[in-house]
Ligand binder design. Structure first.
Ligand code: CA
Length: 226
């Protein structure tokens, strides 16, 4: 699940990005409004964490850009501006939520989960849980289970499974999978995705998931019941 983090304080940004990555998110971090706008136009994000005071402008200027996207990601403002008019301006401009700095990471994570759950349910595209074969997947918690038992997956494999379960029964384009699995800063070797797919396939098979991770040559991948 790919997240855009816009924050110009290097230490805060690094700490937040590291912890989100540890939770299984793919994080693209930018420290300026200009870079964030470019990223928002180039990639599809599930959520945006947005600082307001950026070196080249107010973070709120990113919101109209996000609204031009096919899937508009929910935004949490991360702001030191704790006065009521500033909060109201942020929410009026279309942000879903805000956190006042300094914030506790656990609170950020909790609010992010709420937004992701809400946006998943609101889109009408996917139910909160998906089942294929014996594999169940909770879209909000991003937790796979087989026969009721949680399955721990390395984060890139989880990102692949997440993308496939969200489009259960349909082919997910290879480019779309790569966009969900890798951030802008990751070096992608030509067969890296295949290596992750192959490990995920083996893991699901060994765990008795009852699914086939099917490759469609030249197009992408899909999951179906075996
Ligand atoms: Ca700032």
């Amino acid at each position: 699940m790919r997240i855009l983090l816009v924050e110009d304080e290097p230490e805060l940004a690094a700490a937040t990005a590291a912890r989100l990555t540890g939770e299984g998110f793919v994080v693209d971090h930018f420290g300026s409004l200009g870079e964030a706008i470019e990223a928002a136009m180039a990639a599809e994000y599930r959520a945006v964490l947005l600082d307001r005071r950026l070196p080249d402008g107010d973070g709120l200027s990113l919101l109209p850009v996000l609204r031009t996207r096919a899937a508009v990601p929910p935004v949490i403002l991360l702001t030191a501006l704790d006065q009521i008019p500033d909060r109201v301006a942020g929410l009026d401009a279309g942000a879903e939520d805000y956190l006042i700095k300094p914030y506790a990471f656990q609170e950020l994570l909790a609010r992010l989960r709420v937004l992701l759950r809400r946006s998943g349910a609101g889109s009408g595209a996917s139910p909160p849980g998906v089942r294929i074969g014996r594999l169940e997947y909770d879209l909000a918690a991003r937790e796979p289970r087989i026969g009721g038992t949680a399955v721990a997956l390395p984060r890139r494999e989880l990102a692949i499974l997440d993308a496939l379960m969200r489009r259960a029964g349909r082919v997910v384009m290879r480019e779309s999978l790569e966009a969900q699995v890798y951030g802008f800063d990751d070096e992608i070797s030509s067969n890296a995705l295949e290596a992750h797919i192959s490990r995920l396939r083996k893991r699901l098979s060994e765990a008795g998931a009852g699914v086939i991770l099917h490759g469609v040559r030249g197009v992408g991948y899909m999951l179906r019941a075996s």
